[in-house]
Design a protein around this ligand. Structure first.
Ligand code: ACO
Length: 322
């Protein structure tokens, strides 16, 4: 049997830091409100002209270096993003050319905050099927480009960033299971109202910005993630106490705590980056994974549970033996 193994990770954050104190000068909010409700203290913002593809390139270069894999060896690039550089070509194709991996399969996946997790699930299936030997999986976003900086309900939550992993075919696991879910019935609770086919200026009420009913999203997210971690443990034929690390989507510290409680996992086994990064959507899980691996805390053979929840709604997970 063939499994996909993570052989290298990388991440990249733009230089500019936007703190809660900075936001206090922009909208009617406070550091106290933001930290209490979300756990976020600061986030990174891409420079003018710095794109999702730029962030992806830096993260991907670091992941390839860590894996000791040349870009020319890649069979596949799968990139999760909701904020592509262009409508087409895909950001994955632009990245492929910049890395010098020309010729391999390359495509974007739009699953909002689950973009990286969906990309991971797809790449895993290609490797298991024997069609791909080395895949680059990326999550990269510049959400700041579609944030309404006058809306305190949303602008305090989001940031820019990217993460990447190299997956290689191996006889040893590897990715044990991935679960991908969606329910488009919740589209109205979290969305961006403009697009190619609907038009870029909807009805004059909305701009190209994130619309969210945060409180309703919060309640559905907590329930969906609780069910999802149970489902993931069962799919991997494990028990909750087999999980060594939780690498959750970094949207809100309260949601992360609820998921950790469901797993009865102490918080020192949960990777937290939301305080420094905010919600970087598709960038969030691979950024947190890279941070964990580069600290050297995770041991080979340990079990990592990755999960995410986002617009769609989408929710998704992976159990990985590192
Ligand atoms: N500063 C101060 N007050 C604020 C702010 C702010 N930045 N934002 C909202 N408020 C106020 C509201 O106006 C409201 O005031 P009111 O009671 O006078 O009406 C009050 O705070 C409470 O608002 P709630 O929305 O009920 O606050 P809640 O505790 O739910 O926290 C939050 C809001 C942080 C958005 C939370 O609901 C959340 O994290 N939701 C989930 C977000 C998420 O996970 N999104 C999924 C991924 S995103 C993606 O896919 C792109």
């Amino acid at each position: 049997m063939t499994f996909a193994r993570i052989t290298g990770t990388g991440s990249y954050l733009p230089e500019r830091v936007l703190s809660n104190a900075d936001l206090e000068k922009m909208v009617d909010t406070s550091d106290e409100w933001i930290t209490t409700r979300t756990g976020i203290r600061e986030r990174r913002i891409a420079a003018n002209g710095e794109t999702t593809g730029d962030l992806a390139f830096h993260a991907a270069t670091r992941a390839l270096e860590a894996a000791g894999v040349k870009a020319s060896e890649l069979d596949a690039i799968v990139l999760g993003t909701t904020t592509p550089d262009l409508i087409f070509p895909s950001t994955a194709c632009l990245l492929q050319s910049r890395l010098g991996a020309n010729g391999c399969m390359a495509f974007d996946v739009n699953a909002a905050c689950c973009g990286f997790m969906y990309a991971l699930g797809i790449a895993d299936k290609f490797i298991r099927a024997g069609q791909t030997k080395k895949a680059l999986v990326v999550g990269s976003e510049t959400l700041s480009r579609m944030t309404d900086w006058t809306d305190r309900n949303t602008c305090v939550l989001f940031g820019d960033g990217a993460g990447a992993v190299v997956l290689e075919a191996d006889k040893e696991p590897g990715v044990l299971t991935t679960l991908l879910h969606a329910d488009g019935g919740y589209a109205d609770l979290l969305y961006n109202p403009v697009g190619v086919s609907k038009g870029f200026k909807e009805d004059g009420r909305h701009g190209n910005t994130i619309m969210m009913e945060g409180n309703k999203v919060f309640r559905v997210a907590v329930r969906a993630l609780e069910r999802l971690v149970d489902e993931t443990i069962a799919a991997a034929n494990m028990h909750a106490d087999n999980v060594d690390w939780l690498i959750p989507h970094q949207a809100n510290l309260r949601i992360i705590r609820a998921t950790a409680e469901r797993l009865q996992l102490p918080m020192d086994r949960v990777v937290i980056t939301v305080d420094k990064h905010g919600n970087t959507s598709s960038g969030s899980v691979p950024l947190a994974l890279d941070e964990l691996i580069r600290t050297g805390k995770v041991q080979r053979g340990q079990n990592l549970l990755l999960e995410a929840f986002g617009g769609g709604f989408t929710w998704s997970s992976a159990m990985i033996r590192y």
